[in-house]
Design a protein around this ligand. Structure first.
Ligand code: ASP
Ligand code: MG
Length: 417
């Protein structure tokens, strides 16, 4: 059994979905769990819709636009089809009845109830189209399989229960059809309330299914030829990394390489399940593999994260930044779920670089200000270079002012203005 994951870009329009169908035809007869994200930029769009809903604005035009996009793709795939349209319309009605309920004030909870419609719409449309185009399949609802706690927007997986449910549902489905279609990014609590796993969480969903099913391998189909040593939009000479040990890939994702969701690799490594990253334009190409292999290259890899905030925290009483202060500061970061991408301390201050959104960060800083003075620089860039060389450093720092720098034997990080 294999697990495939198709992200937003690989299902963004009718030709992309036809291409997905072609790839599945190529694997005809094999047992496949296919995890699919929301189409194109739908998740961003739903975040806008949620903003409107939470500010008590009218959402009907946005709902209309969202549905138009999906219905147009359906129409292009299956002209004149009614049944697919009915299925999408049923989801529309469900969404409209949610939006008719007054906003509860619980933003993260509402986020998961509304933003999850992206994956419900995409998988409903695609599963139906595949059915009509010769890929019989079973659509499974991830809300009932990926069981999490009620940490909205970042559900923590209950592995035991999830394993039992996934095995039961997938194995039963596969006695009928070898292909299962399900949603990435979403799960549910024991009470069946929808929860999301965090932005870009569909990779993680693929790993969850693979882990629970002891899959042979996971393949992430992307619009790039594989894992690259840098983002080709910024580094036109980026090269593909053919093979990477889990450890190295974990480090890269830890530093924010956006190729793979950071939670994805651990479950795969635990079960020695290899992860392939392949081009959905060129499925015959080898792509990249992450698995039990030696580190075969040490060319520099670049990870650039914009829109970071640099916080510098000083104890108001000028005490040294030591165990007690740090433990208090970290308790607040954990409470507000502030993710730290880099940190450094000096005698009288402590600095962290974070990409956490401003609302949450500000709430955290407010509470911190009781005992600390906090300064922040917004819109800074965090650059990480693995296997750095003098030339690689020159390349990223030239002409920029360096706010912070941190070095280890294999990695160098800069916070740049
Ligand atoms: N649709 C979600 C997002 O855009 C999940 C994913 O694509 O992995 O964040
Ligand atoms: Mg995505």
């Amino acid at each position: 059994m294999q697990v495939f994951k198709f992200g937003g870009a690989s299902v963004k329009d009718a030709p992309a979905i036809q291409n997905l169908s072609k790839i599945l035809h190529f694997f005809a007869g094999q047992e496949l769990v296919v995890v699919i994200s929301a189409m194109g930029k739908t998740t961003n769009f739903l975040e806008r819709l949620l903003k409107a809903y939470s500010s008590q604005e009218d959402t009907s035009a946005l709902v209309e636009e969202l549905m138009r996009y999906h219905l147009d793709v359906l129409e292009e795939l299956l002209p004149g089809d009614d049944e697919g349209k009915n299925r999408l319309t049923a989801l529309r009605q469900e969404m409209e009845s949610r939006l008719a309920v007054p906003y509860s004030g619980r933003y993260d909870y509402e986020y998961d109830q509304i933003v999850s419609f992206g994956e419900l719409l995409s998988t409903t449309l695609i599963a139906y189209y595949l059915q009509q185009s010769g890929v019989p399949n079973t659509w499974l609802n991830a809300t009932e399989l990926v069981m999490t706690d009620a940490t909205y927007r970042e559900g923590k997986v209950d592995w035991e229960l999830t394993g039992a449910r996934i095995r039961e549902a997938v194995l039963a489905a596969m006695t009928k059809e070898p292909v299962v279609i399900t949603q990435g990014f979403i799960g549910g609590t024991h009470e069946r309330t929808r929860v999301t796993l965090g932005r870009e969480g569909s990779d993680y969903t693929a790993a969850i299914f693979a882990y629970c099913l002891d899959a042979e391998r996971v393949t992430i189909w992307k619009d790039v030829p594989g894992l690259l040593n840098a983002d080709p939009k910024r580094f036109p000479d980026a090269v593909k990394l053919d093979e990477l040990p889990y450890q190295e890939a974990l480090e890269l994702s830890y530093y924010g390489a956006s190729v793979i969701h950071p939670k994805t690799l651990k479950p795969l490594q635990n079960k020695h399940i290899p992860l392939f990253v392949k081009s959905f334009f060129h499925p015959e190409d080898t792509g990249s593999m992450i698995g039990d292999c030696p580190l075969s290259t040490t060319i520099p890899s670049f990870i650039v994260k914009d829109n970071q905030t640099l916080l510098t925290i000083f104890p108001k009483d000028f005490s040294f930044v030591a165990e007690e202060n740090l433990s208090e500061i970290f308790t607040l970061f954990a409470k507000y779920r502030v993710h730290i991408n880099m940190m450094q301390n000096s005698a009288l201050s402590f600095s962290v670089c974070t990409g956490t959104e401003m609302d949450r960060l500000k709430a955290c800083v407010e509470e911190m200000k009781v005992r600390y003075k906090v300064k922040y620089n917004e819109a800074v860039t965090l650059v990480t270079i693995r296997h750095y060389t003098p030339e690689a450093i020159r390349r990223v720092t030239e002409g920029r002012s360096i706010l912070l720098r941190q070095t280890s034997r294999t990695t160098i990080q800069y916070v740049l203005l």
